[in-house]
Design a protein around this ligand. Sequence first.
Ligand code: 17E
Ligand code: FE2
Length: 422
Amino acid sequence: MDLIIRRAAIQGSEGLHDIGIRGDRIDVLTPHLGERAPVELDAAGSLVTPSLVETHIHLDAVLTVGQPRHNRTGSLFEGIEIWGERIKTLTHEDVKQRATTALKWMLAHGVTHVRTHVDVCDPNLTALGALLEVREDVRDAITIQIVAFPQQGIYSFPDGEQLMIRALEMGADVVGGIPHYEWTREYGERDVRTVLRLAAEYDRPADLHCDETDDDQSRFLELVAAETVRLGLQGRVTASHTTAMHSYNNAYAYRLIRWIRKAGVHIITNPLDNSVLQGRFDNYPIRRGFTRVKELLANGINVCIGHDSIMDPWYPLGVGDPLQGCFVMVHYGQMSGRDELEMMLDLVTSRAAACFGADDYGLGAGKRADLVVFDAPTAVDAVRTMAARRWVISRGRVVAETQPARSTVRWNGRDEAVRFVL
Ligand code: 17E
Ligand code: FE2
């Protein structure tokens, strides 16, 4: 063995396990591994999971908060306006530097797979050029998928369709879209049809920003599902945000959810951004503008959580930790039932990996050794305490390490450690 993780708690298994890693693969999981390895990590009863998968982030925009100005209304639309100004001053180095910094933050939180949108509404495709290089630079630790994302619309921006095609020719991995933001309903329909046609023609997955609005009349997801079925793309298509679903009437939502299931469309919800972006045009009571995660899951649809933004025109906070999305979702989506809490981590691990199409992912012999050791004994504790990622392993190598904070209280004249676990 090259690396052994000892005394790991594993979701769904009784007792502790040793995990033996040879090269970039998990070789064996067993209660006790007799042999030694040059690197041995003692999980000491802490949770070990497959690494985290970030399915939705805008790496071209990360760390631009306040440039050239802050978002005063907090709306998605002001965010897009500000970004439309900032994109004009993008340089290759600027994008590479910010994206790389954010990727390091994510890696330290256990993320080894990242799907990033990159705005292609730029005749120079500056950000795309930079992120294609970043994708290669980080390949040994992080697998990146780049989505050609038409932020201003495919038909509401000059030569939008040509830019999408150029981006795919240059090497974008995934076809993006934004039907609800196109100038008209008809342009929005063309947006969806084009995205899925390109996905079929170029044999790439599709991931559209879809119905990210509080407008209950924004109903492009049904067309995404229909075109997915018509073109035989089941399992290869993702709809991100889908916040309008919050506001649909129940009869319509019922029908739509059955249709999404039939089409095998993955749904990505972005609790961090959408908790602050949605409902900005409401008087009290203010809608949450959150897609129907409970119902989607109950109907067998694959749902995962994306971060969306780190310190950009849409969301001024963030440290690149997918667990923050889980934490907010528990509250905002009222997913505090015991079963819900226990599966929350899956929305940034196994479910996210299914959406991403990650190869050889999981905790089993023969799978790639992409793993996280949490400073917490269970998945619920990990989300509750936003536990430090003690070690992150990518392709069998330790790529990040965190020293957890240790608290003591002075209690009756003595120092006493406080661990925040039962
Ligand atoms: N662009 C968009 O259309 N929606 C978002 N939530 C972000 C960028 C972050
Ligand atoms: Fe997004």
